[in-house]
Design a protein. Structure first.
Lengths: 380, 263, 307
């Protein structure tokens, strides 16, 4: 195994190659190069799986220089709006990917760690978004106050939803979450104070100091479109959630979730309050969904029930299944590729759902643990 | 040391459909002793364990643990009071490592909650590290080979190793009462000897522990049980030292033709 | 406001649909402890299959040459067979591979299957996203009882549905194959030791359940005159709810649950102001109530975990 400067340079080179590939994928519009990139990635992953030694070598390299690799990756992620400053649409796409990543990490608490089937993500998300919208439009409060309130509102909703339903078996729970999602959708569509099917419009852009996030921003001598502001905002929330998720997994809470996943009865016999743990998975998930909902509401300025339909929940479930159950980085990856790839195939836009569902089934049959399965816990 | 029994049941019963799987059982488990629970298949032994560990809710009767009425309590509440158990068909957390399994045995001793995880993570990390080292200690004491590869997944273990990890997990919570459900099932004579040794180690390290042991292998019962209860058709039909009950008419009749190995 | 008797009839028709779908859910759950979330979409496929078969019959002139009884019976018969076969196909592809896997897998996989079915119809059937006119399979007469009007076609399809439900009951309870199905619900290993082929029995179960779903599709098409690609989503959820309310795994429970849901929904939307917009909400509130307070359902047995 190479140590010393040679290894470090190799790592940086490989990472930069990967970033270049990502940029090409983002920027190019013709279908052929896009397909080439996707095909190349698939081939590459097969190669990695087949050649154990190559795989092991890369893993070693990465974990040896972990801090540098992560730092370099962070620099790339932060620099993206600068690189793409001419393409506000692409930055907006990245913003959406980040939003979905927030939803997916939260859902992983339930689906990935605890194997609870939850199809109500859209409901939590919607509660967060509508709370934000109603507070903004009716009271004019600042975004920064509304944000945590939306999270709390969604968390309360998640808690109330979890409370009576956590005693039920998995298959009943799936039905309940689907039903609740549909009820929320129906209520949003029919209640007058939620604006009915027209939704709520006129949500202003957030401001910091005097600066509105709706304006383009000048950073390091470069003019970035306003979408970059939201991109950085969602990155901040994502970062927070990432830290919280990692901590949850490496704690008695995460251990309890996994225990419940593997054997509920044995888990109870270790002293785990199974119902309480499940409810906690619900409201921690819901909290972040609510934050995402608020950010979404303030980004698009107007929300309607159709943004919070059952399909959204299914899409987020796909992201978790593809990315890797119980693996936070994997789930982020799943969210990003599942947001970006369909956007690239504009010609197949109407096939999007169909493809999603097909991918779910293929993934479940071929690689049920996801692209990046959960890693075994390490104790120093 | 206590004179009072660690566990008492009075008229404990459970009905499935119209059938009484456990029928009016009165039992006193003396403090600090190892008691055997024997009886033909289907006599209600495991159901009895499920009742006292809170997995089933009794249809009738009372359960007192450490002189506290725990009838109808849920498993996690009972475990927190100091009871731990193993299962007839090994219920480990298959997708978790050996070490994680044993650490989970200590769940009741861990304090860190959601607030700590989010805001005071150092505390969580420290607590977890302590649990990890305690878990390693238990593993080393009972199974040095297992302690060398603590990150192996439980699903990858051999049957004997699985048993051992399950016992380690049960002991991790430092229980007052340990329930062992057929620990020697499927074991060869050599493995059974090792098992008896292990149980001896348990009693040595955990001096005041009380153990209830469901067993079909009478050599195990004979050598380690201080007292034996015999079940048949959900009822307790006899109790006493092994020497006595192995000569008891009713006990022999219950087993006659059902077990090939007796005494 | 419609006449009370008419409302009762509507409730009966709706209940029949729910019962037909609920029976499938309950049979599948009873046999192999799974929930096939795309079962409602199988019913939708039944309706579309009927439309296609009718189109074929018309195009080949059979509707003019043969007596109505014959070609209608033919269309319905083959709809049932094809829908049943589709149900088995789905089981082979999306349920069987997950038999030993955690329940999460088959739940998510069948939800995905439902999406594929719906989207396939929407994308690949001509004008798939629009409502499709359902053919008139029955005489269009209507007759009067007192001051009430009833349509012959509603009564006929209701009668056929009833017949099939009763037939299924007899099948399950009185035939050898039905016995095999009940045996594998109890204990699949013991059943196979007794010489029952569990795999074949499972396929038969799925055929039977999907067949009933097929008639549910025809019932829906006949009653509403149009069908759309997405009717299976709600239908399936309601059917599953009905099975749960009655007691999942319990055949009589499916009937009782279907009745309960149909009656509640019809009467609530008829008599509670706010009406039909919220009709789905009423049904779901009932379901959630049961799941929370009595998950074993009205008639279900309390299942103990095997420890």
């Amino acid at each position: 195994m190479k140590k010393g400067p040679a290894g470090l340079l190799l790592l940086l080179f490989l990472e930069s190659l990967f970033f270049a590939l990502v940029l090409v994928f983002l920027v190019v519009e013709e279908i052929i190069p896009i397909l080439a990139v996707i095909l190349g990635t698939v081939v590459l992953s097969f190669v990695l799986v087949k050649y154990e030694r190559l795989n092991a070598f890369l893993q070693d390299l990465f974990s040896h220089y972990r801090k540098t690799a992560v730092a370099w990756g962070l620099i790339f992620v932060l620099a993206l709006p600068f690189i793409l400053h001419d393409s506000p649409y692409l930055i907006h796409l990245l913003f959406l990917s980040g939003l979905f990543a927030v939803l997916a990490i939260g859902l992983d608490f339930q689906v990935g760690s605890t194997h609870l089937v939850n199809f109500a993500t859209a409901a939590d998300y919607g509660v967060g978004a509508y709370t934000a919208a109603l507070l903004a439009v009716n009271f004019g409060w600042s975004f920064w106050i509304i944000l945590p309130l939306s999270g709390l509102a969604a968390a309360l909703f998640g808690f109330l939803l979890g409370l009576p339903t956590m005693k039920t078996k998995t298959y009943y729970l799936s039905l309940v979450t689907i039903a609740v999602g549909l009820i929320i959708y129906l209520l949003l569509n029919n209640l007058s104070w939620t604006g009915g099917s027209d939704g709520i419009a006129g949500i202003p852009y957030p401001t910091i100091g005097g600066f509105s996030l709706g304006n383009s921003v000048r950073l390091f001598g470069m003019e970035l479109p306003f979408q970059a502001n939201f991109y950085y905002l969602v990155l901040g929330i994502l970062f927070l959630e990432f830290v919280v998720a990692r901590r949850l997994y490496q704690s008695k809470i995460g251990l309890a979730w996994n225990a419940i996943r593997d054997d509920e009865i044995a888990a109870a016999c270790q002293g785990i309050d199974v119902t309480g743990s499940k409810i906690m998975a619900f409201y921690t998930n819901a909290f972040f969904d609510g934050l995402a909902g608020a950010i979404y509401a303030f980004n698009v300025g107007f929300i309607a029930p159709e943004n919070f339909a059952f399909m959204l929940s299914v899409i987020v479930v796909t992201m978790v299944i593809i990315g890797g159950m119980g693996n936070v980085t994997g789930v982020i990856f799943g969210a990003v590729i599942m947001t970006l790839i369909p956007e690239k195939f504009q010609v197949v836009q109407s096939y999007r759902l169909w493809l999603f569902a097909l991918i779910i089934i293929i993934m479940l049959l071929a690689r049920p643990k996801g692209l990046f399965p959960q890693k075994t816990r390490q104790y120093a | 040391m206590d004179d009072r029994p660690i566990l008492q049941t009075r008229n404990l019963s459970i009905y499935f459909g119209g059938l009484a799987a456990v029928n009016g059982v009165n039992l006193d488990v003396p403090y600090g002793k190892t008691v055997g629970l024997i009886g033909p298949n289907g006599s209600g032994k495991t159901t009895f364990f499920n009742l006292i560990s809170g997995i089933y809710k009794p249809s009738d009767g009372e359960i007192r643990f450490k002189n506290e009425n725990l009838t109808g309590c849920k498993s996690h509440q009972i475990t927190r009071k100091g009871m731990a158990r193993t299962f007839q068909n090994n219920r480990l957390f298959w997708q978790l490592s050996i070490l994680d399994n044993v650490i989970l045995g200590m769940y009741t001793k861990q304090q860190a909650g959601l607030i700590d995880v989010v805001f005071r993570y150092k505390r969580v990390r420290r607590e977890l590290a302590e649990c990890a080292s305690r878990a390693m200690e238990i593993l080393r004491y009972f199974s040095p080979e297992l302690s060398e590869q603590p990150e192996r997944l439980a699903a990858d273990l051999s049957q004997g190793d699985r048993r051992r990890v399950e016992i380690c997990r049960a002991l991790a919570s430092d229980p007052a009462l340990l329930l062992l459900d057929e620990p020697s099932a499927g074991m060869s004579p050599e493995e059974t000897d090792k098992l008896m040794e292990d149980i001896g180690k348990v009693k040595e390290r955990f001096r005041d522990i009380s153990i209830i042991l469901i067993e079909h292998d009478m050599t195990v019962i004979e050598s380690i049980a201080d007292h034996v209860f015999v079940f048949n058709y959900g009822k307790k039909i006899a109790e006493g030292p092994y020497a006595d009950i192995s000569r008891n008419e009713e006990v022999l009749e219950a087993y006659l033709g059902k077990e090939a190995d007796d005494a | 406001m419609a006449h009370f008797a008419e409302i009762v009839f509507i409730a009966l028709m709706l209940s029949s649909t729910y019962i037909l779908i609920a029976v499938g859910f309950t049979l599948f759950f009873g046999a192999i402890d799974i929930v096939q979330f795309a079962h409602g979409d199988v019913a939708m496929l039944g309706a579309f299959v009927a439309i296609i078969l009718y189109g074929l019959a018309e195009a080949t002139g059979m509707t003019r040459v043969l007596p109505m009884v014959v070609w209608v019976a033919g269309v319905i018969f083959f709809t049932l067979i094809i829908t049943g076969a589709l149900g088995v196909l789905f089981e082979r592809v999306v349920v069987k591979p997950f038999r030993k896997a955690p329940l999460l897998m088959v739940l998510v996989a069948t939800v995905a299957l439902g999406i594929i079915i719906r989207e396939s119809v929407r994308l690949f059937y001509p004008e798939g996203s629009n409502p499709q006119v359902f053919p008139k399979l029955f005489p269009q007469a209507s007759f009067q009882v007192g001051s009430l009007y009833f349509r012959a076609e509603h009564l006929m399809i209701f009668g056929i549905s009833l017949l099939l439900i009763v037939g299924m009951m007899v099948f399950i309870n009185k035939t050898k194959i039905g016995l095999a199905i009940r045996a594998i619900s109890q204990n699949i290993e013991a059943a196979s030791l007794m010489g029952i082929n569990p795999d074949v029995t499972i396929m038969i179960t799925f055929f039977a359940g999907s067949l009933l779903a097929g008639i549910a599709g025809v019932l829906t098409g006949t009653y509403f005159n149009v069908v759309k690609f997405d009717i299976g989503l709600m239908g399936g959820i309601k059917g599953f709810s009905a099975a749960v309310v009655g007691g999942l795994g319990n055949f009589n429970g499916a009937i009782l649950g279907g009745l309960t849901l149909g009656v509640v929904e019809t009467f609530a939307s008829a008599y509670i102001p706010g009406g039909t917009a919220y009709k789905d909400v009423y049904a779901f509130i009932i379901v959630i109530f049961f799941l929370v307070f009595k998950p074993s359902g009205l008639l279900g047995e309390r299942v103990y975990d095997k420890v």
